[in-house]
Design a binder for this molecule. Structure first.
Ligand code: IVH
Length: 662
């Protein structure tokens, strides 16, 4: 069967199984068979990226909901919260408020582990229920929300109001649901959050109604509305309207007592009838919210205290040493798969040689695993009492696992490096980095293809990327490739030649030159040749460039392989200058701007007012119609979207310069 047909067939099959599983509650194949279908589709889509469609089951992740729900633009963005992991970070949160002379009290609420939703009422009647989606646009799930018992269809007063809260499944409803599924041989949900999300994703309201979901409401969407009420008064008001408001909520006079309440929630977490994954500490004085302000993603007047990560016990079967693009060696433990916080973990980082030695971590040891920062699994400690008598201390490898060159430890650093410039492990990782989305953004040239073409000798160095078109016929003849997919990659390679300097500079992988430093250097020096010819003094003169970065740039500039790489890239027509956003347009009138992240000096409102005064427009979503994205610190998805769409990205200084131009 031709791949396109098979992809269509797989999509169709998976959709049917999703429907059977999520909606009819009646799956017709086992989880393993289902996973195999997903895997086959994923692999085919990797090979034939031209057949990937946005409605493919492989493209729908996280909180996204099936395309059968229509989209709703939120009246005000549904923000998330910044996290604190200990009392120190909570004190720092209070200190920031204090420093800015805000005199505040706090409300502490349990952080419910479910899915966020917004409810709109007109004249006291529920007219819309929607998911968070990407924070700006969510999905209309009104029908499903209407059957949640604790969501009032009619309020006690005929008000127009939009409220925000969390839909969740109680632990007992979850246990009952899984028990039932077990009895009738249906796949089990992993946890209550998953069950709640899976249920809301379904299209059959009767199923939703039967699952006993609940909702706690914790805010009014419109922040400026009636700021005369404190947050605590808002909660009382919401309760009086008929909403289900969490009764564990506590008022705290100062941060110390807020921390005590948060820690109390943590200590009590297992006793609540629903899962909580933290505590939310909010400033009580809502009239200050506007002044305290917002970052791109979250309010500065609230913070989530995340409970300590769950830990699990597993056994190390082997230690693998991975080689990064800089030659850095990372030891990774292979484990008996174990379930922690929503996913199965089979590998965990051991960080470096000192970490292994300090904790005396050995193969065959039972160890405690935790998700560091809740994401990357790490080995925390060894359970010594379980250690078998015949285990051996782990001797860190002495030579590179790929090229066998003796490893080096640089100065006072903890990591070992493979210093062989020709190490194929490093080279391949370097190629993958160069083509990656944050660097040259060569769509379709992903790690699998790079590894394959490296092995076949088509791709040995970075400049080789720009000679791949010479092998078009042989590449097309490779099993798994077609003319179209190769053509698409070659086009993406060609397009990357016009990228602005900072992307190339970051892609070249000079040590310590990350995305931000690359941008600073590109803006300051304008061309790659000016950067590599700069003296140490000239480099250090640039704000944000210190000794370490300067020395690293100079080392690269003195490296004949590096110089040869950039000379060859230049010969192939790769752009080496900074595409200054200012040169691309002459007037601001009629241009559309999007603001994201925290700008160093201007507030969002100020920047918006300045742009509008100059005749420009400010919108909240990045699209092909956006003229510039003005990005500050902690910019997130908008920055990514702008990079993807190749929208010029400017900083506050450039924005000001642009606005100053007559
Ligand atoms: S307030 C602008 N309060 O946590 C602040 N959020 O990371 C909006 N959540 O998306 C959130 N319990 O889904 C708030 N008592 C609570 C919460 C809560 C759970 C979730 C919510 C939000 C996420 C923030």
């Amino acid at each position: 069967m031709d791949p396109k047909q098979r992809i269509e067939q797989l999509k169709q099959l998976i959709r049917q199984h999703n429907h059977a599983y999520f909606v009819l509650d009646n799956p017709t194949i086992s989880d393993v068979e289902y996973d195999q279908l997903i895997q086959e589709l994923t692999l085919l889509e990797l090979r034939y990226p031209e057949y990937v469609t946005s409605d493919s089951p492989t493209q729908m992740v996280g909180d996204s909901i099936s395309p059968s729900f229509s989209k709703v633009e939120h009246s005000t963005p549904m923000l998330s919260l910044s996290n604190a992991f200990n009392a120190e970070e909570l004190n720092a949160f209070a200190e920031r408020l204090n420093k800015n002379k805000f005199s505040v009290t706090y409300v502490v609420e349990p952080k419910i582990d479910g899915l966020a939703a917004t409810l709109r009422y007109r004249n006291g009647l529920l007219v819309l229920g929607a998911t968070r989606g990407n924070g700006l646009v969510g999905e209309d799930i009104t029908d499903n929300i209407k059957v949640i018992e604790s969501v009032p269809l009619q309020l006690s007063q005929p008000v127009d109001i939009e409220v925000r809260g969390e839909i969740f499944m109680s632990k007992s409803a979850f246990a009952k649901l899984n028990q039932k599924r077990l009895e009738i041989g249906e796949p089990l949900f992993k946890n209550p959050r998953n069950a709640a999300a899976g249920t809301m994703r379904g299209l059959n309201v009767e199923v939703v109604a039967s699952r006993g979901l609940q909702m706690f409401v914790y805010a009014i969407a419109e922040l400026d509305e009636d700021a005369s009420m404190t947050h605590n008064q808002v909660l009382t008001y919401l309760k009086s309207l008929g909403f289900n408001v969490n009764d564990q909520t506590k008022l705290a006079e100062d941060i110390d007592s807020a921390i005590i309440h948060a820690e109390y929630f943590e200590q009590q977490r297992t006793t609540y009838p629903y899962d909580i994954d933290g505590a939310v500490i909010k400033v009580n004085e809502r009239h200050l919210y506007g002044q305290i302000g917002y970052t791109a993603k979250s309010p500065k007047w609230a913070i989530a205290y995340k409970f300590k990560a769950e830990e699990a016990i597993s056994r190390i079967h082997a230690i693998e040493y991975q080689v990064g693009r800089t030659g850095q060696i990372t030891p990774v433990a292979h484990l008996t798969p174990v379930f922690i916080q929503g996913s199965t973990v089979a590998k965990a980082t051991l960080h470096n040689a000192d970490y292994i030695a300090d904790k005396d971590i050995r193969v065959d040891d039972d160890v405690i695993i935790r998700k560091a920062g809740d994401i990357i699994p790490e080995v925390v400690s060894v359970i010594l009492k379980n250690r078998a008598p015949n285990t051996q201390p782990t001797g860190f490898i002495q030579t590179c696992p790929i090229c066998d060159t003796p490893l080096h430890r640089i100065d006072s650093e903890v990591d070992y490096y493979c210093m062989n410039p020709a190490c194929s492990g490093k080279t391949v990782e370097g190629l993958i980095h160069f083509a990656s989305r944050q660097a040259m953004n060569i769509d379709g040239l992903g790690d699998k293809i790079i590894r394959q073409w490296y092995a076949l000798d088509y791709l040995k160095t970075i400049p080789d990327i720009y000679t791949l078109h010479q092998h078009k016929d042989t590449l097309t003849a490779q099993p798994g490739f077609g003319e179209k997919s190769i053509e698409k990659i070659l086009q993406a390679i060609e397009a990357s030649k016009t990228n602005s300097l900072e992307l190339l500079l970051f892609g070249l992988g000079i040590r310590y030159v990350g995305q931000k430093v690359a941008k600073v250097l590109a803006v300051h020096f304008n061309t790659l040749f000016d950067i590599i010819q700069a003296t140490r003094e000239a480099l250090i003169d640039v704000p944000e460039i210190g000794d370490k970065i300067a020395d690293s740039i100079i080392a690269s500039a003195n490296n004949p392989v590096f110089i040869n790489t950039i000379e060859t890239l230049q010969k192939y027509g790769v752009n080496m200058t900074y595409q200054n956003a200012q040169t691309q347009s002459t007037t601001v009138a009629g241009l559309t701007f999007v603001l994201t992240g925290t700008l160093p000096n201007l507030s969002r409102q100020q920047a918006k007012a300045m742009i509008e005064a100059a005749g420009g427009k400010v919108t909240s979503t990045v699209s092909t119609k956006t003229s510039y994205l003005c990005a500050g610190d902690a910019a997130g998805s908008k920055l990514k979207q702008a990079e993807k769409l190749k929208i010029p990205i400017i900083d506050e200084q450039q924005l000001k310069a642009l606005l100053d131009r007559k």
